[in-house]
Design a protein around this ligand. Structure first.
Ligand code: NAD
Length: 463
């Protein structure tokens, strides 16, 4: 029977599709278990193998994680947008590249030494063993890459409990990282997870005696859960970052920085600008320039009311609209935002429901204040004592100092977009697990390690 040209075309297409799928899914299933207990047991075995390796070999594993992740950033970004329906592809690519480039590795582990008449004592950073890491929907692969680098650099293995809403994307990262580790000569299952993550499975992990440390990256519920687990825990919780602008700021630059930071990945980063407090005298000028950079102003009080009803649900964000484009959100209230709009802004009073809610949407309520002291006071209130992130645009060092002291946030960005605090256009390393409640700050390998003191009596002090 002769094969028609059309049939041939379709066969070739199918074969090519199959081949490209295979290329994207290197040995699917690596590190992913049906049962949480098996995932933990396998990670425990892997950790025992890991600590037999030299530090140089551990360093090579970290490099392999970076390289393999780099090859897949586009897949990670695409999958995350498709699966979670939040954020945008370009910014997700940027966030993944950021953690690959700027998460510290084994160089983060510094040994302390004391020497004297009684010899030499060193304090070294050693692994906990198996770490249980609970990860969010908002940065699924970024958190897995970042925590894998830091936790493995410190000599641990990791069991990931991802958000069910980002399951496929998260498990893809687990598989790719596992494969890279094995190819670099490391043990298999150094990071593991389960095929069907859920809060019940996270609870099994939290209670398991072989999990020696817990790290929660998410909202208040999960942070509370790990902190009441009875285990050593790091909690990286919610924020509601206020931005304050006083009359001394470079207003043109502030306007651009605020829109850039607030619109980044449709506002889902926990550090992103969530409400603006601006001194009345300069408010119109600031808003005028924000509009030039893609801020769309809602003026009709009815629109503001309808939007509030839509996006605020009992004081919290309506999950349906988290991380969505501003055009999509405004369409629901019958407003057509221009295609180049990146965020919506609206004048409100400080006690308006849009201000205290951590919306994670490209919506920025603007509160005008009589002076900088009032702006600072209201910003501190809006942050709820989360001590996460705040931003200020000012040239007055006394005002900057006053706000930084009053708000006590883990990240305080002066005269830049919020993401400068993550190391984009700002100095310093990055982390996607920012531990405000437990105080580690931007976590890195040193925070996933135990301090151990080794004392050599009467020798090796050569002073
Ligand atoms: P979420 O709290 O809904 O979920 C986070 C993770 O915790 C998920 O894996 C979820 O399954 C799990 N979880 C939730 N409640 C739990 C419980 N009671 N017991 C066990 N596991 C539980 O958060 P999300 O929507 O995925 O992410 C957004 C939130 O996370 C925002 O509040 C944001 O500010 C915060 N966040 C903080 C940081 C940080 O570094 N501080 C980083 C990213 C996100």
């Amino acid at each position: 029977m002769a094969v028609q040209e059309r049939d041939l075309e379709s066969i070739v297409k199918k074969v090519l599709e199959e081949l490209s799928r295979k290329e994207e899914t290197p040995e699917a299933g690596q590190g992913v278990f049906e049962d949480m207990n098996d995932a933990i047991e396998a990670a425990e075995q892997a950790q025992k193998e890991l600590i037999k390796l030299s530090l140089e070999e551990r360093g090579a594993i970290i490099e392999a994680i970076r390289e393999a992740s780099r090859k897949h950033v586009e897949t990670f970004a695409r999958m995350a947008v498709e699966e979670t329906g939040m954020g945008n592809y370009e910014d997700k690519v940027r966030k993944n590249v950021l953690v690959i480039d700027k998460t510290p590795g084994i160089e983060d582990l510094k040994t302390e030494a004391v020497s004297g008449d009684n010899g030499l004592t060193v304090v070294e950073l050693s692994p906990y063993g198996v770490i249980g890491s609970i990860t969010p929907t908002t940065n699924p692969t970024e958190t897995i890459i970042c925590n894998s680098i830091g936790m493995i650099a410190a000599g641990n293995s990791v069991v990931f409990s991802p958000h069910p809403g980002a399951k496929d994307t998260s498990l893809k990262a687990v598989e790719i990282i596992n494969q890279a580790i094995v190819e670099a000569g490391g043990p298999k299952n150094l990071i593991t997870s389960i095929a069907e993550p859920s809060i019940d499975q996270a609870n099994i992990m939290m209670r398991h005696k072989k999990v020696r440390m817990l790290v929660a990256t998410g909202g208040p519920g999960v942070v509370k859960a790990v902190l009441t687990s009875g285990k050593k825990a790091i909690g990286a919780g919610a924020g509601n970052p206020p931005v304050v602008v006083d009359e001394t700021a470079d207003l043109e630059k502030a306007a651009k920085d605020i829109v850039d930071g607030c619109s980044f990945d449709n506002n889902i980063p926990c550090v992103a600008e969530k409400e603006l407090f601006v001194v009345e005298a300069v408010a119109d000028y600031l808003v005028f320039h924000m509009k030039k950079h893609g801020a769309f102003q809602l003026n009709d009080p009815k629109h503001i009311e309808k939007l509030t009803e839509l996006v605020v649900d009992n004081g919290h964000a309506n999950k349906e609209f988290v991380g969505k484009d501003i055009q999509y959100i405004l369409k629901q209230i019958g407003v057509d935002a221009p295609q180049d709009a990146r965020i919506a802004i609206m004048d409100v009073e400080a006690d308006h429901p849009l201000v205290p809610a951590e919306l994670m949407m490209p919506i920025l309520p603007v509160v005008r204040t009589a002076n900088v002291d009032e702006a600072i006071e209201l910003a501190v209130e809006a942050e709820h004592g989360f001590r996460h992130t705040s931003i200020m645009h000012s040239k007055n060092i006394d005002n900057l100092t006053k706000f930084a002291k009053a708000i006590q946030t883990t990240i305080f960005v002066k005269n830049g977009p919020s993401y400068a605090g993550l190391g984009v256009g700002g100095e310093g390393y990055t982390s996607f697990t920012i531990a405000g409640p437990t105080g580690e700050g931007l976590t890195s390998a040193k925070d996933f390690a135990r301090k151990r003191k080794c004392v050599l009596v009467d020798s090796l002090s050569v002073r």
